[in-house]
Design a protein around this ligand. Structure first.
Ligand code: EPZ
Length: 417
């Protein structure tokens, strides 16, 4: 199995260009099925999750063409079929085929989606939304069968502002009769990205990015076109890396407003950086102050940036706490940092980090999940000596060209067999 081998201690300088957002792209590809004939999506990141989604599109008799950063999807011969488990179990985002196939065909067969082991991650809010629109959902072992005679727009209140459920209900309601109102909707940029795609194919949607989204059903959707937003979590990860070991490190092609909460926290801990329209220039923070970090739904501090930020707090002079409000077990990587000399202690959904601790390279640390893997890469880049990471597929699935991007700015990182 391939491993990542990383030599720590280098200052990183130069430019890292941000790719299209994984968490937008994995919703946009299933959304393309709402188009009668074809659609175009620009700046899709070349990551493993996208490869699996393209395989699922082929199973549904769709074809696609990639030219440069343009992905054209042809849905003229779209045929409904059960989503094969060996594909749907590869990532959680396969659940977006529920919303689109329910919308298009009023029938879906899919096995329970996969995804990082950072908590139970039920999909009850998705199901509740589908049922509110008039669908019946049957679960046989880990397979969902969803049927509807017709879908009728309605008012849906989200018990929790779930990103996935908000998007999935938006997708299904595009083909419902009449108006659907989603209340307490998630406000993450991914929602706006998907909504702009649906609007481009002829759907009337207002309120995306706010807590109330209104969708007017319309079953003549076609010719969608959109661009994947820059990945805000990739951007946050590399800005945090700059605070750890940058020397005028340029993180380019980001949307600064999408990582505002992360930039505010970086200021809180004493980091200095220059903010331009779509670029952050940051250097190693000489003295890192401890802080209290609390993850929230957007626009609060993003849970996906919590694990990389933890590495920064191992270098703070004092005791920090991290309260994880979104997932129930997202501190596994914080425990693994102890193998490198960090002092972390998890108690329920609160992690205590005592700094400053010098980190030392460790061998064969198994990556537990995508963002935990990114955190371990950051830790290895500032640790003394060499670190090797295993199970690195989990990192490569969500960070486009991470080895190439880091090597380009002076990191000593490579994949070894
Ligand atoms: C999306 O997951 C992202 N994944 C996650 O990123 C991200 O952490 C999360 O949104 C929050 O921003 C994708 O977009 C593919 P949620 P999602 O529904 O949609 C509970 C990464 O590293 N919940 O907002 O699954 C759930 O258990 C990944 O890129 C229910 O209880 O997030 C969790 O505790 C990790 N019932 C919380 O809500 C439901 O029906 C957040 O889930 C749905 C969710």
């Amino acid at each position: 199995m391939p491993k990542l081998k990383i030599e720590g201690g280098n200052l990183l300088t130069g430019t890292i260009n941000i790719s299209g957002a994984k968490n937008s792209a994995v919703a946009l590809l299933p959304a393309a099925l709402l188009c009668r004939t074809k659609s175009k999506i620009y700046k899709v990141p070349k990551i493993r999750d996208i490869e699996y989604l393209l395989k699922i599109l082929e199973v549904l008799n769709c074809s696609y063409k990639i030219q440069g950063d343009e992905l054209e999807i042809n849905t003229s011969n779209l045929t409904n079929a059960p989503i094969p488990e060996n594909l749907s179990e590869q990532m959680r985002a396969s659940y977006y085929f529920m919303g689109t196939l329910l919308g298009r065909f009023k029938h879906v067969e899919i096995s329970f989606p996969g995804g990082c082991n950072i908590g139970a991650r039920p999909i009850d809010l998705h199901i509740k939304g589908f049922e509110a629109l008039g669908a019946t959902v049957t679960k046989i072992k880990n397979k969902y069968i969803i049927d509807a005679k017709e879908l009728v727009g309605t008012r849906i209140y989200m018990d929790f502002a779930s990103v996935g459920a908000t998007i999935n209900i938006m997708l299904a309601s595009t083909y419902a009769k009449g108006e659907t109102i989603i209340e307490n909707a998630a406000r993450e940029p991914e929602i706006v990205n998907v909504a702009s795609f649906l609007i481009s194919m002829g759907c009337k949607i207002t309120g995306a990015g706010t807590s109330t989204i209104i969708i007017e059903g319309n079953n003549l959707l076609d010719n969608g076109v959109t661009e994947v937003f820059p990945d805000r979590i990739e951007a946050a990860t590399y800005v945090i890396l700059g605070a750890l070991t940058g020397e005028n490190l340029h993180i380019k092609g980001l949307i600064k407003d999408h990582i505002n909460s992360v930039l505010i926290k970086l200021k809180d801990i004493g980091a200095n950086f220059e903010v331009k329209e779509n670029e952050i220039i940051i250097s190693k923070c000489k003295k890192i102050l401890p802080t209290k970090l609390i993850t929230q739904v957007y626009p609060g501090f993003p849970t996906d940036a919590q694990q990389p930020f933890t590495v920064l707090l191992t270098q703070a002079d004092g005791v920090s706490t991290i309260t994880e409000n979104i997932y129930e077990s997202r501190f596994v990587s914080a425990g693994l940092l102890r193998l490198m000399g960090a002092k972390t202690e998890a108690e329920g959904n609160v992690l205590t980090v005592t700094g400053k601790t010098e980190l030392t390279g460790a061998q064969d640390i198994e990556v537990p999940d995508l963002r935990g893997g990114a955190a371990l890469v950051l830790a290895a880049l500032i640790a003394k000596g060499t670190t090797t990471l295993t199970n690195i597929e989990l990192i490569l699935r969500g960070y486009e060209d991470i080895v190439e991007k880091l090597t380009k700015v002076g990191a000593k990182i490579k994949v070894i067999e």
